[in-house]
Design a binder for this molecule. Structure first.
Ligand code: UTP
Length: 274
């Protein structure tokens, strides 16, 4: 089954400069919890126990976050503050964290390819982009919903949402046939199309389940939009064989890679905590 989740986190997070000059974007907090911890909790809920992160220069804080801090533990021992570490302690105790670096920003497809040594080539695996924060207060988390779908369809899955036509150029966009409510058999996908050339307004968000044959395909994928190796282009090869599902998930998603989405998420979680 799906026990490994890849977290591509090598990007520079330039939309958050200067905050991201020396600190990874993935460590920006929504209230008191860093973005990547929300992602790891979602993956753990979905049954993953191997959390594999693609990092880059200046991203050491991620590695330190998922490790025990003995001085801190000693300092807050037997105080009420211990409670604030309960969730992260549980993750550290139950999951294995592995890391590799993407030395050059060659795109999400390349970042995922770098994860081959961490997730192996024999099983399907999940991918979470931690700056896309997903929450479902009414039931299963988004990755759990996708894992359940994988059990039925046994092919690659991308999470999709409807976006206004004027925004499609910011996303990978799919087109496909709705085979069940909210489930699409993908027949075309384009990375960041011009608004008037997009095949639909169904945009891919940062949740994927990928079958390991994707690695050989990425290897042969030429740089696309912005000169980067795009996972969308690699997945198109599988889509042409009817091997990609688009899933309109249940829940909310915040684009925390943008300042607007980040503020929206902060307000949402603050109200939820009251
Ligand atoms: P983004 O383009 O949203 O992230 O990539 P970014 O480049 O860090 O942000 P800005 O635009 O400069 O503000 C989506 C995700 O893919 C990862 C990023 O870390 C982010 O989680 N990514 C992207 C990589 O790991 N490597 C890449 O080469 C590109």
């Amino acid at each position: 089954m799906i026990t490994k989740c890849l977290f591509p986190a090598a990007g520079y997070g330039t939309r958050f400069l200067p905050a991201t000059k020396a600190m990874p974007k993935e460590m920006l907090p929504i209230l008191t919890k860093p973005l990547i911890q929300y992602g790891v909790e979602e993956a753990a809920e979905a049954g993953c126990s191997i959390m594999a992160t693609i990092t880059g220069r200046g991203k050491r804080a991620i590695t330190d976050h998922f490790d025990i801090s003995y001085e801190l533990e000693h300092q807050i021992k037997d105080t009420s503050k211990e409670d604030m570490l309960k969730e992260i302690r549980k993750l550290i105790a139950t999951c294995t964290f592995t890391y590799t670096r993407q030395n050059e920003m060659k795109g999400l497809g390349d970042a995922i390819y770098k994860g081959k040594s961490l997730v192996g080539e024999s099983d399907p695996f999940a991918v979470i982009l931690a700056d896309d924060l997903c929450v479902n207060t009414k039931g299963d988390g988004v990755l759990t919903q996708m894992v359940k779908l994988y059990k039925k369809y046994k092919c690659s899955i991308v999470a999709i949402m409807e976006v206004p036509k004027k925004d499609v150029h910011k996303y990978g966009v799919i087109s496909g046939r709705e085979i069940e409510k909210n489930i699409f058999m993908v027949d075309d996908m384009v990375e960041k199309p011009d608004n008037d050339k997009a095949p639909s307004n169904l945009a891919i968000i940062g949740r994927y389940i990928l079958t390991p044959d994707i690695f050989d395909i990425i290897k042969d994928t030429k740089p696309g939009k912005n000169g980067e190796i795009q996972i969308t282009d690699a997945l198109l090869t599988l889509a042409k064989k009817g091997m990609v599902i688009g899933y309109k998930y249940e829940g909310k998603r915040f684009d925390c890679g943008s300042v607007d989405g980040y503020v929206e998420a902060t307000n949402y979680f603050y109200n939820l905590s009251k």
